[in-house]
Design a protein around this ligand. Structure first.
Ligand code: TRP
Length: 337
């Protein structure tokens, strides 16, 4: 049996934080070691341009994300790790897919619709204010990412499910017109993946500005843990685990037994300062070795670049001949063959 292609992209607009780590990166790295799967993980730098027009930030984010994944032990002998923009066939395919995609389908995309709705609330005159074509056709580029490598499984967060459904639609439409070229991808949403709350108790997200970057230097990291909001119960007063940000994060890092011990300590009135210490130590034990590798990689970006180039080479061994087939299927080829 051929291996399942598991593919996912990471938009390069931010610095990886604890929430990204527990929710997406850690499971993806574990999956990179599964011999029954062939993972394709890539830096979605073209997607980054849709919402970020700060070149330095896109560049820095690509570096940080690549360093993070490598430092955490991504198995690049099994996984193909590359930059979307290094695969020119992806943007070529994106155009071909655009030409079989109904505009009405894109009108229904949540991200686009949310922007329109916001405009209608604030400025009824121009529903498309500030909306670029990149945002509008975002799902098509994303479909090209998946279809280019015949992805079978696509691990994503819930907010991305619609995009995979659109990719399925687009793939079927292309297959119907031009022949069975594309596998139909399937979204994989891990319901057990940890959702981590941020400093202010809302979901940890760069748009809320409440994140704890994964590889801050140890001291700074500790400081940030200390900044997590708690209620004002005194030491000795029993505390609720339910809805507690510290407890939630602890759960994403500790074993079942450790969690039960801490639950007991909440009932006994553990002091918040003490709980923060416990939490810091737990996370730090897990990430400290990777933090050192991260710092070393950030100082030697040529090693990162080398890995990405190697990934691109592997990816293009697939995308280049496949694109040739796709071109021919739509009637674009040399005229004398
Ligand atoms: N849009 C995805 C996100 O913001 C990232 C992404 C780009 C992606 N291309 C992809 C995810 C292809 C899965 C498959 O999270």
């Amino acid at each position: 049996m051929s291996k399942q292609i598991v593919l996912t992209g990471i938009t390069t607009t931010g610095t990886p934080h604890l929430g990204n780590y527990a929710g997406a990166i850690r499971p993806a790295i574990k999956a990179s070691k599964d011999e029954n799967a062939r993972p394709f993980y890539f830096l979605a730098d073209y997607h980054a341009l849709i919402k970020c027009q700060e070149p330095e930030r896109v560049k820095q984010s690509s570096l940080e994300i690549a360093a993070t994944w490598l430092a955490l032990g991504l198995d690049t002998s099994n996984a193909v790790f590359y930059r979307q923009s290094d695969i020119p066939e992806i943007s070529e395919l994106s155009w071909m897919l655009s030409c079989v995609t109904a505009k009405g389908l894109m009108n229904r995309a949540h991200a686009y619709k949310a922007s329109v709705a916001e405009n209608e609330e604030t400025d009824g005159n121009d529903p498309d204010k500030g909306i670029n074509m990149g945002l509008f056709s975002y799902p098509i580029l994303m479909a090209a990412d998946m279809l280019m490598f015949n992805a079978n499984k696509v691990p994503v967060g819930k907010d991305q499910i619609q995009h995979i459904e659109m990719a399925r639609d687009i793939a079927s439409r292309f297959n119907h017109i031009y022949g069975e070229h594309f596998a139909i991808p399937e979204a994989v949403v891990d319901d057990n993946a940890a959702t981590i709350l941020g400093l202010d108790g809302r979901k940890m997200s760069k748009s809320y500005n409440n994140t704890i970057p994964l590889f801050e230097p140890e001291k700074k990291f500790k400081k940030l843990i200390n900044k997590i909001k708690t209620n004002s119960l005194e030491p000795g007063e029993p505390k609720e685990t339910e809805g507690c940000t510290l407890f939630g994060i602890y759960q994403a890092f500790a074993s079942k037994n450790e969690v039960e011990d801490v639950r007991q300590r909440y009932a006994e009135g553990i002091a918040w300062g003490e709980m923060k210490k416990v939490l810091f130590e737990k996370i730090n034990d897990e990430i400290a070795p990777a933090r050192e590798r991260y710092q070393a990689l950030m100082e030697a970006p040529e090693h990162i670049e080398e890995q990405l180039q190697e990934g691109a080479k592997k990816a293009r061994e697939i995308s280049s001949p496949f694109m040739q087939t796709i071109r021919e299927s739509v009637g674009i080829s040399r005229i004398n063959n």
